[in-house]
Design a protein around this ligand. Structure first.
Ligand SMILES: [Zn+2]
Length: 272
């Protein structure tokens, strides 16, 4: 097949992924509605009953809560697979359009290899890394929480016992590693930072994308060596995840730097 013939084929495939993704987020929203209904029915039942059957109801309720939670998690897992496949296909399309050879023409083999790798990475992530960063999952948890505990502030981690602050601590640890808040590639304060899920190093989004593209002539599978000195890992586009915490920290640092500059200028004018 001539390279140009791949364009429409891939476009067709990719549009299929868009509708997959929509169906999937509908599924999460639907589970959230069911969860809210469940909590409302339970609250209503509690108001009616006082004959000792409450214990059984609570146990049943926990079973249903568990099932709903599991279904939302499987939606998130599926969303990740869809995203991974789409990313791999987009990358393959771009390379074919550029006239690059992929694995001696074994396109299916290349796709399967990359997809396996993406699934393995997902399997190695913690629950928090998988779900607590997913907006639809968080919304599901929040809606359910508000029904169940209308007077308590929402938290993802305090449900069912002792509060744990792992999430927050992890975020802070990542930021303190990046004290300078400078991208290893641009040496400037992060812009739209992304973090590699493999080695946890962060980069400005544009710079690392360009870095990976530049390496494609010498590295197979659309990956590049991590540009952080001493880091032995490789980084590919699908390993990168937007880092909101780091973005906020970088924005604060940038504002701070600008203020300092202004102050310096003022002093200078004064001395003049
Ligand atoms: Zn690294």
């Amino acid at each position: 097949m001539a390279a140009t013939a791949y364009g429409p084929k891939f476009a067709q495939l990719l549009s299929h992924y868009v509708s997959c993704k929509e169906n999937n987020s509908n599924g999460i929203a639907h589970s959230a509605d069911v969860a809210v209904d469940l909590e409302q029915s339970l609250a209503a039942l509690k108001g009616l009953e006082n004959d000792g059957e409450e214990q059984d109801d609570e146990e049943d309720a926990d079973t249903y809560r568990g099932l709903l939670e599991a279904s939302v998690k499987s939606y998130v897992d599926l969303a990740n697979e869809i995203h991974a496949q789409k990313t791999i296909l987009e990358d393959m399309r771009r390379r074919l359009m550029d006239g690059e050879a992929i694995e001696d023409g074994d396109l299916v083999g290349h796709f399967e290899h990359e997809f396996e790798r993406a699934k393995q990475q997902w399997a190695n992530k913690s629950e928090q890394e998988k779900y607590h960063v997913d907006e639809a999952y968080v919304e599901f948890k929040q809606k359910t929480w508000e029904q169940r505990y209308p007077n308590r502030p929402f938290s993802l981690t305090t449900e069912g016992g002792s509060p744990d602050h792992d999430d927050e601590e992890e975020g802070l640890a990542i930021i303190s590693q990046h004290e300078s808040l400078k991208c290893p590639l641009t040496q400037m304060i992060y812009e739209d930072p992304v973090t590699s899920q493999v080695c946890k190093h962060s980069y400005s989004s544009k710079a690392i994308t360009q870095h990976i593209r530049m390496s494609q002539r010498t590295e197979p599978h659309g990956r590049a060596e991590c540009p952080v000195a001493g880091c032995k890992h490789y980084v590919a586009l699908i390993d990168l995840k937007h880092n909101k915490k780091l973005a906020r920290a970088a924005a604060r640092r940038r504002a701070q730097a600008e203020n300092e500059e202004e102050e310096d200028e003022e002093e200078y004018t004064f001395m003049d």
